[in-house]
Ligand binder design. Structure first.
Ligand code: NAD
Ligand code: SER
Length: 316
């Protein structure tokens, strides 16, 4: 019987997380769920689940004797601006149904927040505790979610833990409609097309992290003794920050003829409302968080894996 349930399992983070959890605990120990009716891509237990359906969520938790949930189902920042009502229903109502289930069944929960909780009134290097006045519906849902998590932890003793992920870069499932998606798209464009039109301006700088570090942070937080978890809203975590032009230059060192043009769209305003950097000293002090990848080692590793995935020789 699986003991771990992952919602939003077919997304950018979920697909990598499910593989990692199954490698650690065994294929049968992890139930993947998402909107799709069926799935064979992850090669294990799968059930369709819309997280807006609290009854179905409860039934799956009981049926599969779940004790731990990684709740990743969400609309991200760009999609959230296109469908704000849906973003609230999925991101906030879905989380509340889960926290109610966690309260009743004493589940341990991981739920990701985001740098989107910050806004233009946050300092450009965002402290752990600071002004949270986001300008996007996605950010509003993440602030509400953080407060819900803290409320369920302090009022009902639910062991819910959370990270404010920065933009995540990976070579597995594509990103699902965020403002930092450009930092993944640009790798595919460099290898497949030799040119990329970036939807953010060249000087736009954002906090970022490579997926292996994001998975280590997630599993590290979940493995930490409960008494070390002093933040029950959500921990800042980061690895590095770069501007769009700096990422393009790092790629051009490996793909010399790669060209990038810039055509900022509505996502520019979202990026401009977020901080350049994040101070993650609380995570480092409380549960020993430490990233392993910097910009250069991330670019090297991404290119190795993407060339393999796209069957592009390394020295054409
Ligand atoms: P994603 O868009 O790639 O995946 C989200 C998944 O949720 C998708 O597979 C989608 O089908 C599913 N989903 C959407 N609505 C649903 C519903 N009603 N019921 C069930 N499933 C539904 O996103 P991701 O990048 O994997 O993000 C996962 C979590 O991490 C989200 O909470 C997101 O806010 C957070 N996060 C991601 C990043 C990032 O850069 N990827 C950064 C900060 C925070
Ligand atoms: N990567 C996410 C987004 O751009 C940040 O939460 O929406």
């Amino acid at each position: 019987m699986p003991s771990t349930l992952v919602t939003g399992a077919l997304g950018q983070i979920g697909s990598d997380l499910v593989r990692t959890l199954r490698a650690q605990h065994g294929a049968e120990a992890v139930l993947a769920t998402d909107l799709r009716e069926t799935d064979t891509s992850l090669g294990g237990l799968y059930e369709p689940l819309d997280v807006r359906d609290g009854e179905r969520l409860k039934a799956l938790i009981e049926q599969y004797e779940v004790d731990t949930v990684y709740h990743l189902a969400s609309l991200l920042s760009a999609r959230g601006e296109q469908a704000p009502e849906l973003a609230w229903e999925v991101n906030v109502n879905g989380l509340r149904y889960l926290l109610e289930g966690a309260r009743a069944r004493k589940l341990k929960v991981f739920w990701p927040s985001s740098i989107a909780v910050f806004g233009p009134t946050t300092p450009s290097t965002a402290p752990q505790q600071t002004v949270l006045e986001p300008t996007t519906m996605y950010g509003v849902t993440k602030v509400a979610g953080e407060l819900l998590c803290q409320y369920y932890a302090t009022r009902y003793g639910v062991d819910v833990r959370s990270l404010r992920y920065p933009g995540l870069i990976s070579y597995g499932a594509p990103p699902g409609g965020g403002t930092t998606d450009y930092a993944v798209e640009i790798f595919y464009a460099a290898l497949e097309d030799g040119q990329y039109t970036c939807f953010l301006a060249p000087e736009t700088r954002l906090p970022m992290m490579y997926m292996p570090d994001a998975l280590r942070a997630t599993l590290g937080l979940m493995a930490a003794p409960a008494e070390q978890i002093r933040v029950r809203t959500s921990y800042n975590v980061t690895a590095f920050s770069f501007s769009a032009a700096e990422l393009a230059a790092a790629l051009q060192e490996h793909v010399p003829n790669f060209t990038v043009t810039y055509a900022p769209d509505f996502r520019q305003a979202i990026a401009d409302s977020w901080p350049d950097r994040v101070d993650d000293s609380a995570a480092r002090a409380d549960w020993d968080w430490q990233p392993r990848y910097d910009l250069d080692t991330m670019v090297d590793d991404m290119l190795v894996h993407l060339r393999e995935k796209l069957t592009i020789p390394s020295n054409p």
